[in-house]
Design a protein around this ligand. Structure first.
Ligand SMILES: CC(C)(COP(=O)(O)OP(=O)(O)OC[C@H]1O[C@@H](n2cnc3c(N)ncnc32)[C@H](O)[C@@H]1OP(=O)(O)O)[C@@H](O)C(=O)NCCC(=O)NCCS
Length: 183
Protein backbone atom coordinates (compact mmCIF):
# COMPACT_ATOMS: atom_id res chain seq x y z
CA UNK A 1 0.00 0.00 0.00
CA UNK A 2 1.22 3.51 -0.78
CA UNK A 3 -0.17 6.87 0.27
CA UNK A 4 -2.40 8.78 -2.14
CA UNK A 5 -0.21 11.12 -4.15
CA UNK A 6 -0.37 14.02 -6.53
CA UNK A 7 1.92 14.91 -9.41
CA UNK A 8 3.53 18.21 -10.39
CA UNK A 9 1.49 20.48 -12.67
CA UNK A 10 4.47 20.69 -15.00
CA UNK A 11 6.90 17.97 -16.10
CA UNK A 12 9.82 18.60 -18.43
CA UNK A 13 10.88 16.06 -21.03
CA UNK A 14 13.63 16.32 -23.63
CA UNK A 15 11.50 17.90 -26.34
CA UNK A 16 8.10 17.94 -24.68
CA UNK A 17 6.56 19.75 -21.75
CA UNK A 18 3.66 18.14 -19.90
CA UNK A 19 1.24 20.61 -18.34
CA UNK A 20 -1.75 19.76 -16.20
CA UNK A 21 -4.80 19.84 -18.45
CA UNK A 22 -6.86 22.92 -17.76
CA UNK A 23 -9.43 25.09 -19.49
CA UNK A 24 -6.87 27.42 -21.08
CA UNK A 25 -6.05 24.56 -23.50
CA UNK A 26 -9.66 23.81 -24.44
CA UNK A 27 -9.58 25.85 -27.66
CA UNK A 28 -6.42 24.24 -29.05
CA UNK A 29 -7.54 20.85 -27.77
CA UNK A 30 -10.88 21.17 -29.59
CA UNK A 31 -9.14 22.19 -32.82
CA UNK A 32 -6.66 19.33 -32.54
CA UNK A 33 -9.29 16.68 -31.86
CA UNK A 34 -11.48 18.01 -34.64
CA UNK A 35 -8.65 18.08 -37.19
CA UNK A 36 -7.49 14.57 -36.25
CA UNK A 37 -10.87 12.94 -35.82
CA UNK A 38 -10.42 10.13 -38.38
CA UNK A 39 -6.98 9.23 -37.04
CA UNK A 40 -7.92 9.30 -33.36
CA UNK A 41 -11.35 7.68 -33.47
CA UNK A 42 -9.96 4.29 -34.53
CA UNK A 43 -8.77 3.56 -31.00
CA UNK A 44 -10.24 6.27 -28.79
CA UNK A 45 -13.92 5.78 -28.03
CA UNK A 46 -14.53 9.36 -26.80
CA UNK A 47 -13.68 11.02 -30.13
CA UNK A 48 -17.10 10.55 -31.74
CA UNK A 49 -18.72 11.86 -28.56
CA UNK A 50 -16.63 15.03 -28.76
CA UNK A 51 -18.83 17.13 -31.01
CA UNK A 52 -18.17 20.65 -29.78
CA UNK A 53 -15.89 22.92 -27.79
CA UNK A 54 -18.28 22.45 -24.86
CA UNK A 55 -17.65 18.69 -24.88
CA UNK A 56 -13.90 19.34 -24.59
CA UNK A 57 -14.53 21.79 -21.79
CA UNK A 58 -16.73 19.25 -19.96
CA UNK A 59 -13.98 16.62 -20.29
CA UNK A 60 -11.41 19.07 -18.88
CA UNK A 61 -13.71 19.67 -15.92
CA UNK A 62 -13.89 15.92 -15.26
CA UNK A 63 -10.12 15.59 -15.50
CA UNK A 64 -9.74 18.48 -13.03
CA UNK A 65 -12.03 16.62 -10.63
CA UNK A 66 -10.00 13.44 -11.08
CA UNK A 67 -6.82 15.38 -10.35
CA UNK A 68 -8.29 17.01 -7.23
CA UNK A 69 -9.43 13.60 -5.98
CA UNK A 70 -6.00 12.11 -6.82
CA UNK A 71 -7.65 9.46 -9.01
CA UNK A 72 -6.14 10.40 -12.38
CA UNK A 73 -3.70 12.90 -13.76
CA UNK A 74 -4.17 14.24 -17.27
CA UNK A 75 -1.59 16.39 -19.03
CA UNK A 76 -1.49 18.16 -22.35
CA UNK A 77 1.73 17.48 -24.26
CA UNK A 78 3.32 20.62 -25.68
CA UNK A 79 6.25 20.96 -28.04
CA UNK A 80 8.83 22.53 -25.74
CA UNK A 81 10.20 24.69 -28.52
CA UNK A 82 7.07 25.96 -30.32
CA UNK A 83 4.61 25.68 -27.42
CA UNK A 84 2.17 23.92 -29.75
CA UNK A 85 -0.19 21.28 -28.41
CA UNK A 86 0.89 17.84 -29.62
CA UNK A 87 -1.53 15.61 -27.74
CA UNK A 88 -2.34 14.21 -24.34
CA UNK A 89 -1.04 11.73 -21.78
CA UNK A 90 -2.55 10.60 -18.51
CA UNK A 91 -2.23 8.30 -15.55
CA UNK A 92 -5.39 6.43 -14.59
CA UNK A 93 -6.59 3.26 -12.81
CA UNK A 94 -4.37 4.07 -9.84
CA UNK A 95 -4.47 1.19 -7.36
CA UNK A 96 -2.69 2.27 -4.20
CA UNK A 97 -3.04 -1.10 -2.48
CA UNK A 98 -1.24 -3.00 -5.19
CA UNK A 99 0.87 -0.05 -6.36
CA UNK A 100 -0.34 -0.23 -9.95
CA UNK A 101 -1.29 2.48 -12.47
CA UNK A 102 -1.90 2.75 -16.21
CA UNK A 103 -0.84 5.23 -18.89
CA UNK A 104 -3.02 6.47 -21.77
CA UNK A 105 -2.02 8.79 -24.63
CA UNK A 106 -2.57 10.25 -28.08
CA UNK A 107 -0.80 12.58 -30.49
CA UNK A 108 -1.93 14.70 -33.41
CA UNK A 109 -1.24 12.70 -36.56
CA UNK A 110 1.28 15.09 -38.14
CA UNK A 111 3.42 14.89 -35.00
CA UNK A 112 3.72 11.11 -34.89
CA UNK A 113 6.98 9.53 -35.97
CA UNK A 114 9.27 11.92 -34.08
CA UNK A 115 9.51 10.23 -30.69
CA UNK A 116 7.36 12.78 -28.87
CA UNK A 117 5.23 10.14 -27.18
CA UNK A 118 8.24 8.13 -26.08
CA UNK A 119 9.61 11.32 -24.54
CA UNK A 120 6.27 11.95 -22.77
CA UNK A 121 5.99 8.37 -21.50
CA UNK A 122 9.52 8.42 -20.09
CA UNK A 123 8.87 11.76 -18.41
CA UNK A 124 5.58 10.74 -16.83
CA UNK A 125 6.71 7.27 -15.74
CA UNK A 126 9.68 8.76 -13.90
CA UNK A 127 7.32 11.00 -11.89
CA UNK A 128 4.93 8.14 -11.15
CA UNK A 129 7.59 5.64 -10.14
CA UNK A 130 8.98 8.29 -7.78
CA UNK A 131 5.65 8.17 -5.93
CA UNK A 132 6.00 4.47 -5.16
CA UNK A 133 3.99 2.98 -8.01
CA UNK A 134 5.61 -0.34 -8.81
CA UNK A 135 3.82 -1.60 -11.89
CA UNK A 136 2.85 0.61 -14.84
CA UNK A 137 0.60 -0.72 -17.58
CA UNK A 138 0.06 0.26 -21.18
CA UNK A 139 -2.85 -1.51 -22.82
CA UNK A 140 -3.96 -1.24 -26.43
CA UNK A 141 -6.15 -2.78 -29.09
CA UNK A 142 -4.11 -5.60 -30.66
CA UNK A 143 -4.54 -3.92 -34.03
CA UNK A 144 -2.97 -0.72 -32.71
CA UNK A 145 0.64 -1.45 -33.60
CA UNK A 146 1.68 2.20 -33.18
CA UNK A 147 0.63 2.11 -29.53
CA UNK A 148 2.22 -1.30 -28.91
CA UNK A 149 5.34 0.21 -30.52
CA UNK A 150 5.42 2.99 -27.92
CA UNK A 151 5.24 0.40 -25.14
CA UNK A 152 7.95 -1.86 -26.56
CA UNK A 153 10.23 1.01 -27.58
CA UNK A 154 10.18 2.22 -24.01
CA UNK A 155 10.93 -1.03 -22.24
CA UNK A 156 7.40 -2.21 -21.44
CA UNK A 157 7.23 -5.98 -21.60
CA UNK A 158 4.44 -7.80 -23.41
CA UNK A 159 2.48 -9.65 -20.75
CA UNK A 160 -0.45 -11.11 -22.60
CA UNK A 161 -3.60 -10.65 -24.61
CA UNK A 162 -7.15 -10.44 -23.37
CA UNK A 163 -9.37 -11.92 -26.02
CA UNK A 164 -12.23 -9.93 -27.55
CA UNK A 165 -12.63 -7.50 -24.65
CA UNK A 166 -13.03 -4.40 -26.83
CA UNK A 167 -16.26 -3.92 -28.77
CA UNK A 168 -15.42 -1.31 -31.35
CA UNK A 169 -17.42 -0.14 -34.36
CA UNK A 170 -19.29 -3.42 -34.61
CA UNK A 171 -16.31 -5.75 -34.06
CA UNK A 172 -14.73 -7.47 -31.07
CA UNK A 173 -11.00 -6.84 -30.76
CA UNK A 174 -8.28 -8.27 -28.50
CA UNK A 175 -6.36 -6.10 -26.04
CA UNK A 176 -2.63 -6.39 -25.41
CA UNK A 177 -1.09 -5.62 -22.03
CA UNK A 178 2.42 -4.24 -21.64
CA UNK A 179 4.05 -3.67 -18.25
CA UNK A 180 7.06 -2.01 -16.70
CA UNK A 181 8.15 -2.58 -13.11
CA UNK A 182 10.04 -0.29 -10.82
CA UNK A 183 11.50 -2.68 -8.27
C1 LIG B 1 0.11 5.70 -30.45
C2 LIG B 1 0.81 6.98 -30.87
C3 LIG B 1 0.84 7.97 -29.72
C4 LIG B 1 2.26 6.63 -31.28
O1 LIG B 1 2.96 7.80 -31.71
P1 LIG B 1 4.48 7.69 -32.24
O2 LIG B 1 4.88 9.02 -32.72
O3 LIG B 1 4.58 6.54 -33.17
O4 LIG B 1 5.26 7.30 -30.91
P2 LIG B 1 6.75 7.62 -30.46
O5 LIG B 1 6.84 8.93 -29.79
O6 LIG B 1 7.23 6.45 -29.67
O7 LIG B 1 7.56 7.75 -31.81
C5 LIG B 1 8.03 6.61 -32.48
C6 LIG B 1 8.28 6.92 -33.92
O8 LIG B 1 9.13 8.06 -34.02
C7 LIG B 1 10.42 7.67 -34.53
N1 LIG B 1 11.40 8.42 -33.76
C8 LIG B 1 12.10 9.47 -34.23
N2 LIG B 1 12.87 9.97 -33.25
C9 LIG B 1 12.66 9.24 -32.14
C10 LIG B 1 13.18 9.28 -30.82
N3 LIG B 1 14.07 10.19 -30.45
N4 LIG B 1 12.71 8.38 -29.91
C11 LIG B 1 11.79 7.46 -30.26
N5 LIG B 1 11.27 7.36 -31.52
C12 LIG B 1 11.71 8.25 -32.45
C13 LIG B 1 10.47 6.17 -34.38
O9 LIG B 1 11.31 5.57 -35.32
C14 LIG B 1 9.01 5.81 -34.62
O10 LIG B 1 8.71 5.94 -35.99
P3 LIG B 1 8.07 4.71 -36.83
O11 LIG B 1 6.73 4.42 -36.22
O12 LIG B 1 8.00 5.27 -38.20
O13 LIG B 1 9.02 3.58 -36.63
C15 LIG B 1 0.08 7.63 -32.10
O14 LIG B 1 0.12 6.75 -33.18
C16 LIG B 1 -1.38 7.98 -31.79
O15 LIG B 1 -1.65 9.00 -31.18
N6 LIG B 1 -2.32 7.13 -32.27
C17 LIG B 1 -3.75 7.41 -32.15
C18 LIG B 1 -4.27 7.38 -30.72
C19 LIG B 1 -3.96 6.08 -30.04
O16 LIG B 1 -4.00 5.02 -30.65
N7 LIG B 1 -3.64 6.16 -28.74
C20 LIG B 1 -3.28 4.97 -27.95
C21 LIG B 1 -4.46 4.24 -27.50
S1 LIG B 1 -3.98 2.76 -26.61
Amino acid sequence: MIEAFTLNDKLEGKNVRLLRREHSFDGEMWQTVNQNRDFLRQYLFWVDKTKSFDDVSAATKKFAQGWAEQRKFAYVILDKHSGRLLGSIDIHDIDLTNRIAAIGYWLRKDKTGFGYMSDAVQTLEKAVFAKGVRRLEITCDSKNRASAGVAMRNGYEYEGTQREVIYTYGEFHDREIYVKFNR
